[in-house]
Design a protein around this ligand. Structure first.
Ligand code: GTP
Ligand code: MG
Length: 364
């Protein structure tokens, strides 16, 4: 049977477990996961090689695309996050709509968008290439993120799978009514209960995805499992610790920029989870944590520097696992007032855009 390949975009409201699912499918930590909503800020690709299953399906390469959770934007960063979702929905073969089955859904009686058309237009204005969106009347259901996701997927002409996630956290008799309720909302190509955390139901999911994928060649080399540069992964691991250890507004007002990344001269094992021995070479990394106000800076530093030390120690351990070297990590805090509304600052965080710009400059 001919090889199959394609892009599978993962969408849903914040905290549905999209990034946990991506990591579980790929078997590597390529997206950060926390209990706080709005953890993911960028599209993140994870590449899965699927061997042929005799008589059932051919071999395939699936490129999964994790996206930020859909939420009502209140600044330019939020709008960029929503733009990432739009872009992932524009370039895909299949979409996975992930719903947290452990929280009750409040679906409105009729289809609704929580975003007035105005917001969609503003988002589109941000990038020239953004597709024209049809105008929608402002909706009454301004806070219903699930309804907005439904609104987006109803416009798609590709198969959409509904994934009821976190089934490890609910009683079995709750599942059927939820499936029945949601199956009326959209003509899903498949409805699958899963637990991303326990890796439950994922084999069935992958087999069904391969069955729906078109014939095609690999998009990525066989051994590559993500498109993210190492520097970005490192910045994300630091941000994960900020999200874990700080509260209130601080996690949302923080951005991490790697300012120095000195790889060791000697070659080091590149695979994540490699054993860390004392003899291993040393990577020197300096990272700036940007926040928006002096008060947030004080929280990030903590009493006698305790918070910064905790963030540094926890992220260093994870970075060592990722790089397979020892790591000397230097962290410092900078205040960049209102960076979440600064176009140029957000551009400087966007590694995909930076790579594209570099490519365009080289072509000229
Ligand atoms: N019990 C249970 N918890 C899960 C499962 N999947 C994810 N979680 C938890 O749900 C929380 C959110 O998970 P994420 O993977 O970060 O969710 P997300 O959809 O990527 O969230 P955003 O990036 O904010 O949009 C974390 O605390 C996860 O551990 C699951 O199958 N079962
Ligand atoms: Mg996420």
């Amino acid at each position: 049977m001919p090889f199959r390949s394609g892009f599978v975009s993962i969408v849903g409201r914040p905290n549905a477990g999209k990034s946990t699912l991506l990591n579980a499918l790929i078997g590597e930590k390529i997206a950060i996961v926390t209990r706080k909503p709005q953890t993911t800020r960028n599209r993140i690709r994870g590449v899965l090689e699927v061997p042929a299953n005799k008589g059932k399906h051919p071999a395939a390469q699936i490129v999964f695309v994790d996206t930020p959770g859909v939420h009502k934007p209140s600044n330019l960063l939020d709008k960029r996050m929503l733009q990432e979702v739009y872009e992932a929905l524009d370039t895909r073969d299949i979409v996975l709509h992930v719903v947290d089955a452990s929280r009750s859904l409040r679906l409105p009686e009729e289809s609704a968008s929580f975003l007035p058309s105005l917001v969609a237009d503003e988002v589109a204005d941000e990038t020239e290439a953004a597709p024209q969106r049809e105008k929608r009347p402002p909706s009454l259901h301004l806070n219903n993120e699930d309804a907005f996701v439904l609104d987006l997927i109803r416009k798609l002409d590709c198969p959409v799978f509904l994934l009821l996630n976190k089934i490890d956290a609910i009683a079995k008799d709750q599942l059927l009514p939820l499936m029945a309720q949601l199956s009326m909302e959209h003509n899903y190509a498949a409805i699958l209960p899963i637990s991303a955390r326990k890796k439950d139901g994922l084999d069935t999911l992958v087999a069904k995805l391969v069955a729906h994928l078109p014939e095609g060649q690999r998009y990525y080399p066989k051994e590559q499992f993500t498109d993210q540069p190492e520097r970005f992964l490192v910045a994300e691991l630091i941000r994960e610790k900020i999200l874990q250890f700080t509260g209130e507004e601080v996690p949302y007002a923080s951005a991490v920029v790697i300012e120095r990344f000195e790889e060791p001269a000697a070659p080091a094992p590149k695979r994540p989870n490699a054993k860390i021995a004392q003899k291993l070479p040393l990577t020197r990394i300096a990272a700036a944590i940007h926040c928006e106000r002096d008060g947030q800076k004080a929280i990030l530093i903590g009493k006698g520097g305790a918070m910064l030390k905790q963030i540094g120690a926890a992220s260093r351990m994870e970075i060592e696992k990722l790089l397979g070297t020892r790591v000397y990590l230097e962290l410092f805090i900078k205040v960049a007032e209102d960076w979440r509304s600064s176009r140029s600052f957000l551009d400087s965080l966007d590694w995909q855009k930076q790579l594209e710009d570099l490519g365009n400059r080289q072509k000229e």
